[in-house]
Design a protein around this ligand. Structure first.
Ligand code: 5GP
Length: 119
C-alpha cells in the first residue's frame, strides 16, 4: 500500500492541523487521541512515511526504529504511567481495523482496562 501524504497524521506531522502534543523528539510525535477510549489515550507516530507496523518494521532505518520505540516508552514515562501500567495497541491493516494509514501506537491507561479484546 502506497503512503498517502494527505492522511490526517501526515497533516498533523506537517503542522497543517493542530494536535494536543504530549511528547516530541527527532524520531516521533505523541499527542492525545481526539476520541479517547480510556482516561488516558495518546498516540505516538514516527516521523517518516510509514503506513503501518508491517511497512515500518520492514523498511525503516535502524536509527528510526530505535528512536521510535524509545519515544513510545518515553511518552508513557512522561504521562506518569510506569507504576500503574498501560496498554499499547498498533492496529495494522484491515482485520485490526486500522483507520489512519500512518503507523501509530495507542497508549491507553488511567483505569483498569480489563481483558485485552472485546469479543
Ligand atoms: P486506528 O483505528 O487507525 O488504530 O486509530 C486511529 C485513531 O486516530 C483513532 O483512535 C481516532 O480517534 C484518532 N484520530 C483520528 N483523527 C484524529 C485527529 O485528527 N486528531 C487526533 N488527535 N486523533 C485522531
Amino acid at each position: 500500500m502506497a503512503y498517502d501524504q494527505n492522511n490526517i497524521f501526515a497533516m498533523i506531522l506537517r503542522g497543517d492541523i493542530p494536535c494536543d502534543k504530549v511528547y516530541e523528539d527527532e524520531f516521533a510525535l505523541a499527542f492525545n487521541d481526539i476520541n479517547p477510549q480510556a482516561p488516558i489515550h495518546a498516540l505516538v507516530i514516527p516521523k517518516g512515511e510509514y503506513v503501518s507496523m508491517a511497512d515500518f518494521s520492514a523498511n525503516a532505518p535502524e536509527e528510526l526504529l530505535n528512536g521510535f520505540f524509545r519515544a513510545v516508552g518515553q511518552t508513557a514515562r512522561n504521562l506518569g504511567l510506569e507504576k500503574e501500567g498501560y496498554r499499547l495497541i498498533a492496529n495494522t491493516g484491515e482485520n485490526a481495523h486500522q483507520e489512519v494509514p500512518h503507523l501509530h501506537f495507542h497508549i491507553l491507561s488511567g483505569k483498569k482496562l480489563g481483558p485485552m479484546l472485546s469479543r
